[in-house]
Design a protein. Structure first.
Length: 381
């Protein structure tokens, strides 16, 4: 493998040293010590014969890279054991090595409680700017990625206009609730949300194997009182649990649970089951990427042995305590013309009880498409 020093802005060259071992290269660059397996180095070669730069796809047959790749010569232009030259930029190796990834986050965020969010004075984006300019769209997505919620103002209060808004950033995810839905207290579905009762904080579709990524809310009409929307940053609450009782965080990220939705109302017949831990983390850096929290839909706990279940309840209570701290509650009154986008993998939502006629419309969005849109605009997502 030949190593090439890439461009960097440090005033002095970073220290680079390496040592060959039987099956891997030990490389130090700056403060990062990397252990790079020879097969891994061969597999990730970006030469024209191994990688198609036009399609950004690997051409090399990975299964053909066998144990013969046992040693490499770390010297510019020297050929490896199969006669192939593999070149890497040092910064590329730091970024893409396991050791480098452990120091990075996949999704930069600003964790918040109500005071932090209010002090940030995160602006809403005007509907026209959102729909017609990349600048408006990028501002909206940056707010959404950092805080897990974002607002668009001056939206025509119709389902059709809300649909146009949603399609600006994603394919709409059709579910058992349909594509675009109207949401009233008419008991039309077997769900507490279709009442006038208060709803405690929760994430939606925990009973899906892959919970919906983003939810869109737009209040079209409310002739009555109450009905404010509650928003809580679940990642901020989980971070407090990690800081105060890491053993609780570890248990909540390790123990899988079942969530279940059983519905037999009118022509709607559904039985959904989703399985996963309350907290979902990337294993290499322990970064939280999904919280699955819904006490309404949690099924019987039968995936936890008796010697663990009580500790799990303690951990769940600790997380619930954080989620219910008044300082973590952001209350928002949704009004016609103001659409709210919620990261359903991060931010919990709820509702206070209300009177009168209240009509919302909205939909779920596919998370991959929202993140794809953000990346194409140059954002880290």
């Amino acid at each position: 493998a030949a190593l090439a020093r890439g461009h960097h802005t440090a005033p002095r060259p970073l220290r680079c040293a390496w040592q060959l071992h039987g099956d891997h290269l030990e490389l130090t660059y700056g403060t990062t010590l990397m252990r790079l397996d020879f097969v891994w180095l061969r597999d990730h070669c970006r030469s024209a014969s191994c990688y198609n730069a036009k399609t950004n796809q690997r051409s090399l047959d990975t299964a053909s890279v066998g144990p013969a790749v046992q040693r490499a010569h770390v010297q510019a232009g020297e050929r490896g054991p199969d006669g192939h030259v593999t070149r890497y930029g040092l910064e590329w190796l730091v970024k893409n090595s396991y050791e480098g990834q452990k120091k990075q986050v996949m999704h930069p965020r600003i964790l918040w409680n109500a005071e932090i969010y209010r002090q940030a004075q995160v602006p809403s984006v005007d509907c026209r700017s959102f729909l017609e300019t990349d600048e408006g769209l990028k501002e909206f997505l940056q707010n959404f990625l950092l805080y897990g919620i974002a607002f668009v103002e001056n939206v025509a209060p119709t389902k059709e206009d809300t649909e146009i808004l949603a399609e600006r950033i994603s394919i709409i995810r059709e579910t058992i609730y349909g594509r675009m839905w109207y949401f009233t207290s008419d008991f039309s579905r077997g769900d507490t949300a279709y009442t006038k009762l208060a709803l405690d904080r929760h994430t939606d579709t925990t009973y899906f194997q892959e919970p919906c990524g983003i939810q869109v809310f737009h209040c079209l009409k409310h002739e009555g009182t109450g009905g404010r929307t509650l928003l809580v940053d679940g990642f901020h609450a989980a971070e407090q649990v990690l800081r105060r009782a890491p053993e609780h965080f570890e248990l909540l990220s390790r123990v899988p649970l079942k969530h279940e939705y059983v519905e037999n109302v009118g022509g709607c017949h559904n039985h959904m089951i989703g399985v996963g831990p309350v907290l979902n983390v990337y294993p290499w850096n322990n970064e939280l990427y999904l919280i699955r929290y819904n006490n309404y839909d949690r099924a019987v706990i039968n995936t936890v042995p008796h010697d663990v279940v009580r500790r799990w309840y303690h951990a769940h209570r600790a997380l619930t305590t954080e989620l219910r701290r008044p300082e973590n509650e952001l209350w928002v009154k949704l009004k016609p013309g103001k659409a709210l986008f919620v990261d359903n993998w991060r931010v919990l939502h709820g509702r206070e009880a209300f009177t009168g006629y209240r009509q919302l419309c909205g939909c779920y969005l596919t998370r991959d498409d929202v993140l794809n849109t953000a990346r194409l605009l140059g954002l880290q997502a």
